[in-house]
Design a protein around this ligand. Structure first.
Ligand code: FMN
Length: 184
């Protein structure tokens, strides 16, 4: 797929077919992240690919946390858990924390560039992805469960991968004329 076509046609995918994501396709998509621009070549990103055990544990924790924060009953808890389990493959993207605020800002930016490379590469292979920054990504229980030291790395996103069951229509965007300022 031509790059401009991938940029324009990619959509965030929330509903996936149940079929698994082949490991080599996932690795190809993640490898695209390695070529993202990053200042001082810090290469701050780390990718934690969840297997069935950690996926199930995180789904249960996610359901508990949604219940604690948003309220609900056993049925809503079960539905949050099964929604999380319906993501065929989850990758947790973290970045190593620089000592200074400027370094952290740049490394977060670089990690977001890596995520965009990853989702475009995935899209080019017919794989869908959703970038999630829900409250689970900041919860201490998530860090503990995944064995991530919050003093050393911060979670930038959960990436949900799978073959799209549904591709949403694009929502309208501002036109270039609305966001471009031209100076003499
Ligand atoms: C930093 C960041 C965080 C995001 N977090 C979420 C999220 O928590 N849940 C979600 O449904 N989508 C999330 N998204 C995806 C956006 O909602 C999505 O890109 C937007 O709705 C436009 O849709 P499109 O990607 O299909 O063009 C996130 C995107 C970015 C860049």
């Amino acid at each position: 797929m031509e790059i401009n076509e991938a940029i324009a046609t990619r959509r965030s995918i929330k509903k996936f077919k149940p079929e698994p994501v082949p490991a080599d396709a996932l690795d190809r998509a993640l490898s695209a992240g390695l070529w993202a621009p990053n200042h001082h070549l810090t290469q701050p990103w780390r990718f934690t690919v969840l297997g069935p055990q950690s996926h199930h544990a995180l789904a249960a924790a996610n359901a508990d946390i949604q219940l604690e924060t948003a309220g609900g009953d056993a049925a809503s808890r079960a539905s949050a858990e099964s929604r999380f389990l319906s993501k065929p493959r989850i990758v947790v993207v973290t970045y190593r924390l620089a000592a200074d605020a400027e370094g952290r800002r740049e490394d977060f930016a670089a990690t977001c560039c890596a995520i965009q490379n990853i989702q475009l590469a995935a899209w080019g292979m017919g794989l869908g992805m959703q970038w999630s920054s829900n409250n689970m990504t900041r919860h201490p229980r998530t860090y503990k469960l995944l064995g991530i030291d919050p003093a050393a790395e911060e979670i930038a996103a959960f990436l949900y991968f799978g073959y799209p069951a549904e591709i949403p229509a694009p929502r309208p965007r501002k036109g270039l004329d609305e966001v471009r300022r031209s100076l003499p």
